[in-house]
Design a protein around this ligand. Sequence first.
Ligand SMILES: [Zn+2]
Length: 571
Amino acid sequence: MTSNRWVWLPLALALAACQPAQPGGPSGDQAQTADLLIVNGKVFAADSAGTTAEAVAVRGNTILRIGTSSDLDTLRGPNTRVIDAKGGSVVPGFNDAHVHFIAGGFALNDVDLAGLNTLREVQAAISQFAAAHPGDGWLRGRGWLYTPFPGGSPTRAQLDEIVPDRPALMRCYDGHSVWVNSKALALAGITRDTPNPPNGEIVKDPKTGEPTGHLKESAARLVDKVQPPQTDADRRAAIKTAVAHASQFGVTSIQNAGGSIEEMALYESAKRDGDLMVRGYLAFQANASTTEADADRMVETWKRMGQDPTLRTGIVKMFADGVIESRTAAMLAPYQNSKSAGQPNLSAEELNRVVAMLDKRGLQVQIHAIGDRAIRMSLDAFENAMKVNPAPERGRRHRIEHIEAVSEADIPRFGKLGVIASQQPMHVALGDMNQVKPSGPWPDNVGPERYMRAWAWRRIMAGGGRIAFGSDWPVAPLEAGQGIWLAATRVSQPGGVDQAMPMADAIRGYTTWAAYAEFEDQRKGMLAPGMLADIVVLASDVFTTLPTKVTDVVVQSTVFDGKVVYERASR
Ligand SMILES: [Zn+2]
């Protein structure tokens, strides 16, 4: 931390060059008044210097100045709105680098099973929801942990007991498994004779051969297929629901980890209607069968959407593997409790081809890679693209998503290749929840050695790598404060205390660094003159009093694009 006086940064100078304000004295901007003043705060600019201040002045949708409360008082005019931060931290708006925004909006209308540790709790939550939403339509839920189920595998009998008369589908918190009842299996026509689809498993009873109701990976699509389709109007409504949810938690930017080109039009319609109170960075999706023509179509949409700071694309999501919990993550060595090491979703040749094809067009690529083999393949694919293609005009900021169990040898490659590690702190907590006796599938599956090098964000940084933080909502809550709490206080296994971040870096992971991960660090992610006015006022000073529990980082006010979009009722 530096002094409390407001500081002009070289970057901020460049950005403010178009304004009449002059560095070194207030004379130039006396003519201007602020539209919004946030005073009496512990302002953390989230720049690399660690600049602090007391107050932030906003005009229109940009930050005018940061400084002491008395300095900035000169900008107060008759129409200036003033927020008294009452000593709370004031930080840039949170930028969630990995969400599934529309799915999140839908999940807000489903049974929430997150964090429930016993079968009794899970069944009670479903029963209550079913009673509150009567009818014969599909009952959906999500967020179940493996812990409540013997062997980590839920059964249809457990669901039939409470929902016998209508189809029910409950998605696992990791998104890679579903749990269905007999009614749903029947509607989908899944029997003992149904073969496993590619990259999927219909779990069957070893004695009877009957499907148990647990469907892994692509097998979930067999039931997804028979559900009433979501309409564009449903999806458009889900965006609106999700935006309101985001504002409550200080989330002013979201990076959507994969969707269709058609979905992008829905965000454009939300923007036109004034419903998009977050900045969206939306990814296309690619896999082994993506063609040059597909890639050209992505570039067309990218160019058409342009560089509007509210809605952009230019990034492509790929999946190299699954997840450790269902042993579908691709590992270099077999799982501790299985002969299998998991299989990557595509071969190294296929991954190299698609990544190089996208890289050649200047597209950013983000690869879901959780197991150490998938992570290595992804790093190899980026390294290969750097060899075979000239550097794109804007440079490269390729990313790997999740990086749960990285091999020791690959840790320094993030820094060396300039690959961003996009990680989700709350996934560590989900791992912990799953550790409840007799211990859950994550540590059980990888064994103690790999368990100790899980989620190695500080070590990736020590090797020169860049980090961006996110939630993976609805896999984990969208509440950025929970991720900040975990990143700053990570005392639990896996990884141990050495992976706890200084509070300043935990916040940078959700602001400055997340902005870098979407090529937006010149416009947002930092509180400095000329930057977009996305600001969060927290209810307390999280730098002086470290949060001790998951709910401790509370948002008091959210400012998006210069406007107050959320205020907490009390403090
Ligand atoms: Zn995700």
